[in-house]
Design a protein around this ligand. Structure first.
Ligand SMILES: CC(C)(COP(=O)(O)OP(=O)(O)OC[C@H]1O[C@@H](n2cnc3c(N)ncnc32)[C@H](O)[C@@H]1OP(=O)(O)O)[C@@H](O)C(=O)NCCC(=O)NCCS
Length: 218
């Protein structure tokens, strides 16, 4: 792996990230310090990745896509524009973030559609959320903070913060905390959930989950 070189990027020769020689990083893309771009990955024009990101083999980042810090795109993940990924998002292998709600190659007259002939719609993935292997997020859709999408799920509706969703179409089967582990309901305390791993406490109200605020020590 080359350090601080981006194959097609002149700008990148002065920056502090690593890119494999077979990856294609457009010269107008911005890649944050400490990021790694692996073999055959493609980062399109105007895309912006934060610091400490990992882009796996064969992954695709579309034009103008916005990606935060410490995001992992596993092998062959396809992130089509205008997706936006917050800090710490995990995108599993072969995940697809779509961008065309009613895709057609041609218009009703059979003429080939081009770039401006359709309206791209995006997927937003909020801070800390994870998308399991080979899941599909059908745009437009928002995945909430620290939510967990199961392997193979097809997400067609917004996913609330901390929700665990599975299946096709994806349905919520529980809640997860920041550690990703499923939360357990506290006995005799309706609406209170606890992480068995970290002990962190969450409160459910009106179908939404919030982290319990710890009062500062006096
Ligand atoms: C969704 C997931 C987090 C659930 O893990 P868990 O909390 O340990 O849940 P369990 O294995 O106890 O399963 C709970 C239920 O969900 C079902 N389930 C689990 N994973 C599922 C999936 N991917 N799709 C559909 N249903 C799933 C189980 O069959 C079980 O159903 P049941 O209650 O009717 O028996 C996990 O199965 C998963 O998909 N993780 C993502 C793995 C991944 O893609 N990693 C990427 C890096 S390789």
């Amino acid at each position: 792996m080359l350090a601080g070189r981006a194959g097609t990027s002149r700008k990148a020769q002065h920056v502090n990230y690593r890119v494999q020689p077979t990856a294609q990083v457009d010269e107008s893309a911005e890649i944050g310090a400490g990021s790694s771009i692996w073999e055959l990955a493609q980062i399109r024009e105007g895309a912006k990745l934060g610091e400490g990101c990992v882009v796996g083999r064969g992954a695709y980042v579309g034009s103008g896509v916005r990606i935060g810090d410490n995001v992992k795109l596993q092998n062959f993940a396809l992130v089509y524009e205008p997706a936006e990924l917050g800090d710490g998002v995990f995108v599993g292998p072969a995940v697809v973030l779509t961008n065309d709600q009613y895709p057609r190659s041609v218009d009703p007259d059979g003429r080939q559609k081009r770039g401006g002939d359709w309206e791209a719609v995006g997927v937003k993935v909020a801070e800390g959320a994870s998308l399991g292997a080979r899941s599909v997020c059908v745009a437009p859709v928002r995945i909430g903070r620290w939510a967990m999408v199961a392997a193979g799920a097809v997400v067609t509706k917004d996913v609330p913060d901390f929700a665990l969703v599975v299946g096709v179409p994806a349905r919520r089967i529980g809640w997860v905390g920041r550690s990703g582990v499923r939360l357990v309901a506290r006995e005799r305390e309706p609406g209170v959930w606890e992480c068995p791993q970290s002990g962190a406490v969450y409160e459910e109200e009106d179908g939404a989950l919030r982290e319990q605020r710890v009062a500062p020590a006096p």
